[in-house]
Structure formats: structure tokens, C-alpha cells
Design a protein around this ligand. Structure first.
Ligand code: NAD
Ligand code: LMR
Length: 332
């Protein structure tokens, strides 16, 4: 019997990530090749015409899995009955700006959309915040939607995770699919800590640690880390626009693994509400290694954290605490 359609909200759907993301969802990249979807697309009134153009293109593409499209500038209509919400709407960082610069505009959007989601989304709706500052927008959404369980609100650091895989793949000339268990700790910002201490590569002789194969701790402890931390800025410099296709693809990876599960022995990075694991202060949305099963994520426990890593985990936590305080000052 055909599955019932899942309603997926994309906010900021007329923007560049939205334009890359909605066809991926309609093709089954996010929820699987046998899962029908109904797309809900929200944008603001100045983008209404462009949004309608995206809707026209979705109709023209005749996606077999796409069972309906709602394109609207009304947050209530957009949020009604949605099972999954991908929150992309907001203002992107331009060249020379830090994420903090987009803070005041974006956190107030997340405060107001929190209540629309809380009141009108389906029970157990899963929320992924993409718009920057992603961790802090997710935190604001969580705090202003108290009836949505905190485990249902996450932010995107899978793009950083995938960037780390890409860098290791290029360095070792191995397939990304043979590398696993890199970790992004902390903020989706230049203080994030891409950690390869537990990462391995599948080789004909079995699984080998990335550190042993790279054989260059200087590169792994310096250039690799800054390349991943600064990749968003490098894309902005090159394209004069922030990353879009990689962000959209990583958002699909995030939701797919959350809903359908992570493979045995493999974890991924997700920004989730901290419970104090690894001495990260509770009450921040922080990127951790997680496994997913039956639609729920769980922080991987018991990984050894050396002194070098501990300092980096703390630095990015400190930035998130500062962002949280700044966000509240913008909202008051
Ligand atoms: P964009 O400017 O092309 O699109 C953003 C869209 O959001 C626009 O169409 C705009 O009209 C819309 N919008 C603005 N306010 C809105 C509101 N209140 N409700 C609904 N829609 C609204 O930007 P983009 O390149 O698509 O990037 C979107 C966001 O994603 C930015 O904040 C960017 O910094 C962030 N981003 C995050 C990651 C990540 O890995 N977490 C990666 C890339 C980009
Ligand atoms: C990215 O990581 O590509 C985005 O978050 C854009 C940015 O602001 O760096």
C-alpha cells in the first residue's frame, strides 16, 4: 500500500538554498524513494512572486512523489500540519560579515515562527534550523515554543561534517563513503571543532584510523581544522553568495538519518540541545556526535577527549553562551 504523504515545510523557499532544496525533497533525496511528500513553502511578501515561480517549476518538473505544494507568505498556513520543518528563512551573511552580524534580524524571525510552529505543526514535528546563526536560532525557537519537545529541535552542522569528510577524502584520495565518524563539536561558526580523533577509513586491510593514514598531525591539528572552519567564508568569497547546493544536500542528509536511522557503528554530527554531555553546558544548542534510531537521536557517549580537544570544545561553547546572551539582548 502507498505510504501517506509527509508534509515538509521549507521556510525561505524562494531563496538560494530553498531553490536547491525543494527539488531534492520532491525527488525523495530527503525521505526516501518511496515516500510521497507535500511541500509547504514559506517566504515573505516581497518574495511572493518568486515563490510562486518556484511552485510553477515544481509543477512543471512533474515529480512522481510530489503530492501537493502550498506556497504562501502566511506563517500559520505554512506551518499547519507539517511533520518536518526545515527553517532556512532569514538573512544570509555577506562577504566580510560574521554570523553575529545577522543575529538581530534572524533571532526575531525565529522567536515569531516558534509560536506558529508550536500552535499549528503536527504533533512530534521534527525541526531543522539552517538559517544563521543556526545554533542560536534553534535555541530561540526552542525557548519560545516550550511545548515542542527539545529533542525535536535541531540545527544543521552536517554541512561542516560533510566538509570534514571532503577534506579527508581529498587528502587521502579515498572515497567519502569509506570514511566515517568525524565529529563537528559546537557552533556552526569559525569556532567549531572538526575532530578526526575517532574517524576511520575502510581499507582492503580493514578499518584504519584517519590519524594513522594521514601521518601528519601538524596538518590535522591546524590546516585541516581552519579549512573546515572557514569553508563557509571561502565559498562566500568565491561565489559572492553563501553555500547553497551543499547546504541543501546536507540538510537532506540530516533529516534522512534522523528519520531513517544511522548505519550500525556510524555517527553523524547534529546541533542538538545539550544535556551536559562532555561537560558542555546544558541549555545550549551544540553540535555533538549522534546516532539515530526509530526517529530519535542520541549523543554518542564515552569518547575520549584529549587536552587539545577539551580546549576547543570549551572555546566554541563559550562563543555559544555569548551568542545566547546577545540573542536575548536583541529580543528585549
Ligand atoms: P537567501 O537570501 O537566498 O534566502 C533566504 C530567504 O529567506 C529569502 O527568500 C528571504 O526572502 C527569506 N526570508 C527572510 N525572512 C523570512 C521570514 N521571516 N520568513 C520566511 N522567509 C524569510 O539566503 P540563503 O543563501 O538561502 O541562506 C539562508 C540562510 O541559511 C542564511 O541565514 C544563511 O546564512 C544560512 N546558511 C546556513 C548554513 C548551515 O550550514 N547551517 C549553510 C549555508 C547557509
Ligand atoms: C556556510 O557555512 O556555508 C554558511 O553558514 C554560510 C556562512 O555564513 O558561513
Amino acid at each position: 500500500m502507498a505510504k501517506e504523504a509527509v508534509r515538509v515545510l521549507v521556510t525561505g523557499a524562494a531563496g538560494q538554498i530553498g531553490y536547491a532544496l525543494v527539488p531534492m525533497i520532491a525527488r525523495g533525496v530527503m525521505l526516501g524513494p518511496d515516500q510521497p511528500v507535500i511541500l509547504h513553502m514559506l517566504d515573505i511578501p516581497p518574495a511572493a512572486e518568486a515563490l510562486n515561480g518556484v511552485k510553477m517549476e515544481l509543477v512543471d518538473a512533474a515529480f512522481p512523489l510530489l503530492k501537493g505544494v502550498v506556497a504562501t507568505t502566511d506563517a500559520v498556513e505554512a506551518c499547519t500540519g507539517v511533520n518536518i520543518a526545515v527553517m532556512v528563512g532569514g538573512f544570509p551573511r555577506k562577504e566580510g560579515m560574521e554570523r553575529k552580524d545577522v543575529m538581530s534580524k534572524n533571532v526575531s524571525i525565529y522567536k515569531s515562527q516558534a509560536s506558529a510552529l508550536e500552535k499549528h505543526a503536527a504533533a512530534n514535528c521534527k525541526v531543522l534550523v539552517v538559517a544563521n546563526p543556526a545554533n542560536t536560532n534553534a535555541l530561540i525557537l526552542k525557548e519560545f515554543a516550550p511545548s515542542i519537545p527539545e529533542k525535536n529541535i535541531t540545527c544543521l552542522t552536517r554541512l561542516d561534517h560533510n566538509r570534514a569528510l571532503g577534506q579527508i577524502s581529498e587528502r587521502l584520495s579515498v572515497q567519502v563513503s569509506d570514511i566515517k565518524n568525524v565529529i563537528i563539536w559546537g557552533n556552526h561558526s569559525s569556532t567549531q571543532y572538526p575532530d578526526v580523533n575517532h574517524a576511520t577509513v575502510k581499507t582492503p586491510a580493514g578499518e584504519k584510523p584517519v590519524r594513522g593514514l594521514v601521518k601528519d598531525d601538524t596538518w590535522l591539528n591546524a590546516e585541516f581544522i581552519t579549512t573546515v572552519q572557514q569553508r563557509g567564508a571561502a565559498i562566500i568569497k568565491a561565489r559572492k553568495l553563501s553555500s547553497a547546493l551543499s547546504a541543501a544536500s546536507s540538510a537532506c542528509d540530516h533529516i534522512r538519518d534522523w528519520v531513517l536511522g544511522t548505519p550500525e557503528g556510524t555517527w553523524v554530527s547534529m546541533g542538538v540541545y545539550s544535556d551536559g554531555s562532555y561537560n558542555v553546558p546544558a541549555g545550549l544548542v551544540y553540535s555533538f556526535p549522534v546516532t539515530c534510531q526509530n526517529g530519535e537521536w542520541k549523543i554518542v557517549q564515552g569518547l575520549s577527549i584529549d587536552e587539545f580537544s577539551r580546549k576547543k570544545l570549551e572555546l566554541t561553547a563559550d562563543e555559544l553562551s555569548e551568542e545566547k546572551a546577545l540573542a536575548y539582548s536583541c529580543l528585549s
